[in-house]
Design a protein around this ligand. Sequence first.
Ligand code: ADP
Length: 581
Amino acid sequence: MEPIPPFLSNEQLLEVLSATKTPTAIHVSETAIIQMANDAMLLVWGKDRSVIGKSLENALPELKGQPFIDLFKKVWNEGSTISGTDAPAHLEIEGIVQTFYFDFEYRAILSNEGKTLCILHTATDITERFLRLEEQKRANESEDALNREQLLNEELASTNEELKSTNDELHETQQSLMDLNYELEERVSTRIQEVEELNKQLSTKNREFALANKKQIAYNNELAEVNEKLKSSQDELQLAISTASLATFDLNPATNHFVGNDLLKAWFGLKPEQEIELNTATDVIDEADRKRVILAISHAMDYTSGGDYDTVYTILNPENLIPRIVRAKGKALFNEQRQPVRLSGVLQDITEQKQDDQRKNDFIGMVSHELKTPLTSIYAYIYIMIAHAQKNKDNFTTGLLEKAKIQMVKMTTMINGFLDVSRLESGKIHIDKQPFNMADLIKETEDEIIITVTTHQIIFEPVEPTFVCADKDKIGHVLNNFISNAVKYSPHASAIQVACITKNNRAIVSVQDKGIGITAKDKDRLFDRFYRVENTQTKSIAGFGIGLYLSAEIIQRHEGKIWVESELDKGSTFYFSLPMV
Ligand code: ADP
């Protein structure tokens, strides 16, 4: 049996506990009456042993208002343990309230029934460690702050740098913006100037337009007036056409369709509502004329012809086959490409006129023919009488008979002319075309003229051999007619020049005089039948106006051309041309 060691009494135990270095106290009751406090605790509290037996509040009155007294109450009442670290407590040490920091524990020691017996109060003064840590913390914090500040400073510096460069950039940007602005202003001002200039031009244009508009209005009014006049002219023309019993036609070459008035349709045996085709129209033309008319139409449609259409033909009314002689006169119009766009004109019924002419012609033909026999006899008698008078050396009678002979020749020429006209009109003139040298014909004419004409200087220019195919006699008539006219219509002793040249494979014969000349008005009609210029100079000159008419008809039957160039009081040149062989 092991001996029971001697146990310490409660007081002894308390004494031992008092010796621990850890500040320890034991409290009882709700008010935490101090039953025991070791020296370490008394040192913490700054009190002596007189606090034993006192409530905590009485022992340490400075704890009033601090949480500890309530905590003790709680631990006592609940039998719990409350601990804390780094808990601040304000204690009065040597009359000065100071702050200390503790790790503490209030532990309720419970009876077997669970009732709180006492509260074991331990505390460790960690003020120094706490303050050091605090100091350290503060130091760390300030270092951190310093670091942060430095970092911040560095950031600031770099931000500053960035800002500076940004600033520089900004400055640069501002500069370029200013430059741009300046440029923009310049441009804007140039643009404004341009716009102003444009505005000016526009307003000038506007004024011009307004003026043009005004002119256009005036022009339109004029046009309306002209239209009005045109309408009344058209009405007048219609009236004139119907009064003159003219048939009108308008051919569209693109469609070969005719438009004509009712008279035209009646002549061609058509109803007013019927359309006219070129073929329908030409079918009605007498067969003897048809080919010639078609040729005349296509000739007029050729730009080089000048577009003139003038022809006489017979139409046979398809219903009653009554012939009607008409004169068709018209003009073709051409576009810029020289293509015909229309041929329009009028048709005049000349049947009666033609019949009158025919009667006149027949009469002239008959009279001329009848006159020829006595004339030939008189001519023969004069010849015999001249021979007789010459034999008797009767100069006086011879002279008179010579003059009578000249007059007889003139008369014969005249009658021959009438006979020719009559033959021409009745279509009985015969053209006998044979190749011959124009130089020969001119030489023969010269030989004849030199004997018969003594009043003028007639100059025959040398002629190269020029061959044509024609009726030599009839062409000789034409040349003689030109020469005798030149003699008749120019002063005595003046020069007359006869020439023949070639051009474009044509022989051109000309007779030039220095005579009275012809006006432009008369020039167009010289080649008409019986046309004579009526003035004081021509009054005393004998003639019937058939010489040039016959010449023109002869030349036309040779596919030739006849024309005159003349100046009043200066002289004239008559020409004819024939195709060469
Ligand atoms: P005629 O001379 O017989 O009257 P023509 O037919 O030969 O007939 O001539 C017609 C008209 O032309 C003449 O009346 C005349 O007025 C005019 N004529 C002809 N030749 C000339 C000419 N060389 N100079 C001036 N006028 C002329």
